[in-house]
Design a protein around this ligand. Structure first.
Ligand SMILES: CC(C)(COP(=O)(O)OP(=O)(O)OC[C@H]1O[C@@H](n2cnc3c(N)ncnc32)[C@H](O)[C@@H]1OP(=O)(O)O)[C@@H](O)C(=O)NCCC(=O)NCCS
Length: 165
């Protein structure tokens, strides 16, 4: 079993050979992650295997966001009266192809959700939104209970009622 170190992005990690199967996500971590951090538009977290802490195995990003109440699934919208609705956003989540199918995607998703739960003690969110880049990504998230937004099926939400605060 591989043990991973999950920590904030640092420039020492080698992003050169990172390839997850989605070129936009590979380019993001190589070229744009540092900028986003500097500009306070995303926090970026990386996973490296314990045996090589410079080898990038996966990453995810977290940001604050909002969603219109009218875009939410009806069961959730009817419990909310405020507009816009505050949410946490997992903007990107990716695992290097050499680590696919070994549980790292679920570890990263669980870690991202735990970080949101911790933050939500002081900054309320009605749920966690993810941006699925394609149908395969969307099915990964529905596997974990995320629900597509009816008006934008590439965005999915995990309502706060499903996680304990
Ligand atoms: C999607 C991705 C993150 C999955 O990572 P992974 O490390 O291979 O996934 P895991 O090994 O942790 O799989 C965890 C569970 O999800 C399931 N799963 C993985 N990919 C899935 C998919 N596309 N659809 C449905 N279920 C999926 C696995 O079967 C496994 O189920 P189990 O726990 O019941 O056995 C990875 O394939 C990836 O980086 N893809 C390219 C980038 C991407 O699409 N990112 C997501 C959108 S931003």
């Amino acid at each position: 079993m591989i043990i991973y170190d999950i920590r904030s992005f640092d420039k020492a990690v080698d992003t050169t050979f990172f390839s997850c199967g989605q070129i936009q996500l590979d380019q993001y971590i190589r070229l744009y992650a540092s900028q986003d951090i500097r500009r306070n538009v995303a926090r970026v977290f990386i996973a490296t295997p314990e045996y090589d802490t410079n080898q990038l195995a996966g990453f995810f990003t977290l940001s604050a966001g909002s969603v219109s109440c009218s875009d939410l699934p009806e069961t959730l919208a009817k419990t909310l009266h405020r507009y816009p609705v505050p949410v946490a956003l997992i903007g990107r989540l990716a695992v290097s192809m050499s680590f696919h199918g070994k549980g790292l995607g679920s570890i990263l998703l669980a870690d991202a959700c735990q970080k949101v739960i911790n933050a939500s003690h002081i900054l309320a969110v009605a749920g966690i939104i993810v941006d699925a880049k394609d149908n395969t990504a969307a099915s990964f998230y529905t596997h974990f209970g995320f629900i597509p937004l009816p008006s934008q099926p590439a965005k999915l939400i995990l309502p706060a009622s499903t996680f304990r605060v």
